[in-house]
Write a protein that binds this ligand. Structure first.
Ligand code: NCD
Ligand code: ZN
Length: 336
């Protein structure tokens, strides 16, 4: 197959940042995705309706400036002490999800949650309001390669305690997490990134240290990668695409920031992964259907054309070293 048209993909996990760089990051997302769920780890954090609405307006204005037809989906940051009223106000401001960051697990998460009991009233409010709980599933106290697995029992308790809460375990990285998601009821799903599907810890560390592959959760083993590919290509509605595109300029990367600027190359990389797995016919379900269904959104409008045409990923885009910089990818994506 030399070309493939799929319904326009959605990205259910994108860091679009704030301030001047936001416009370029939004334009880059809108080039390949019709909707993207904006992560709330900005400063100050969106923890009330007014601030969230302002952040949404900044993102919408950047979309308008990009000349693309796209829509941003909003999430608020779930923080201890915010209270149920703030949850309801975020829902009124258009939030579709609230994001659970274990305290200290990743970029701008020092105000996160030490244990779920700290946000029990807020979780109950999210369940009532029909909001999705989006979870960064890592226990920062565990050794770095075991952080995701160490968090699974915590999430298990949350899933059991709120029997109507819809939950998304974000950016799956390991085989144990895949198995856990399959075990949980249908109201628990997961996003998977292009980089966790295509690369392993050897891309990060195996030759020279390559910080453009450094993200939380870390890329893992070949066995973990194959479990993720199996899940993404299975056709199960529990697994859908979230890029976790997380741009950091060179200076921040040099200082050790975790995050991969994934949105520019994600779709060509996904096409190659699904092709290698003999599952190109399931790519559309993974990135253009399952997530929208889980979130209760209408079917996407528009199309993405994937062509088998080599594309050398530039060494720098928007002032950031993107995912797969300098590598030759076998597919090119065009929004039509
Ligand atoms: C993200 C970021 O930079 O905001 N970093 C990352 O490594 N994925 C935060 C996150 O999603 O963990
Ligand atoms: Zn993220």
């Amino acid at each position: 197959m030399n070309s493939l048209r799929i319904a326009l993909p959605d990205d259910f996990h994108a860091h679009l940042r704030q301030g001047p760089p936001l416009r370029a990051y939004v334009a880059r997302s809108a080039a390949n995705f019709g909707r993207f769920l904006a992560m709330p780890n900005v400063v100050p954090p969106p923890v009330d309706g007014r601030f969230l609405a302002d952040y949404g307006a900044a993102l919408a204005s950047a979309i308008a400036g990009s000349g693309r037809d796209a829509r941003v989906l909003l999430s608020f940051k779930l923080v201890p002490g915010m209270g149920p009223e703030a949850v309801y106000r975020c829902a009124e401001a258009g939030a579709v999800a609230g994001k659970y960051y274990p305290a200290g697990a990743t970029t701008h998460s020092s105000d996160g949650i030490a244990e779920p009991g700290q946000v029990s009233r807020e979780l109950a409010a999210m369940q009532e309001a029909g909001l999705v709980l989006a979870v960064h599933g890592e226990d920062p106290a565990a050794p770095v390669l075991g952080r995701e697995t160490a968090f699974l029992p915590v999430l298990d308790r949350v899933v059991a305690a709120y029997p109507r809460l819809r939950v998304v375990l974000e950016h799956l990285s390991g085989a144990e997490a895949v198995a856990a998601v399959l075990d949980w009821p249908d109201r628990v799903a997961a996003t998977i990134t292009a980089h966790h599907l295509a690369y392993t810890i050897d891309d990060l560390l195996g030759d020279r240290l390559d910080p453009s592959f450094y993200c939380k959760p870390l890329l893992k083993s070949a066995a973990d990668r194959s479990a993720l590919v199996g899940a993404a290509c299975s056709g199960s509605p529990k697994f859908f695409f979230g890029s976790d595109s997380a741009p950091h300029p060179a200076a921040a990367k040099a200082a050790g920031a975790a995050g991969v600027y994934a949105s520019p190359a994600a779709m060509p990389i996904l096409a190659a992964v699904f092709e290698e797995a003999g599952a190109l016919d399931r790519l559309e379900g993974f990135c253009s259907a399952a997530g929208a269904r889980f979130y209760g959104l209408p079917e996407p409008r528009g199309e993405l054309l994937l062509e088998r045409r080599e594309w050398v990923v530039p060494g720098e885009l928007d002032g950031v070293v993107p995912l797969a910089a300098g590598r030759t990818l076998s597919w090119t994506a065009y929004r039509t």
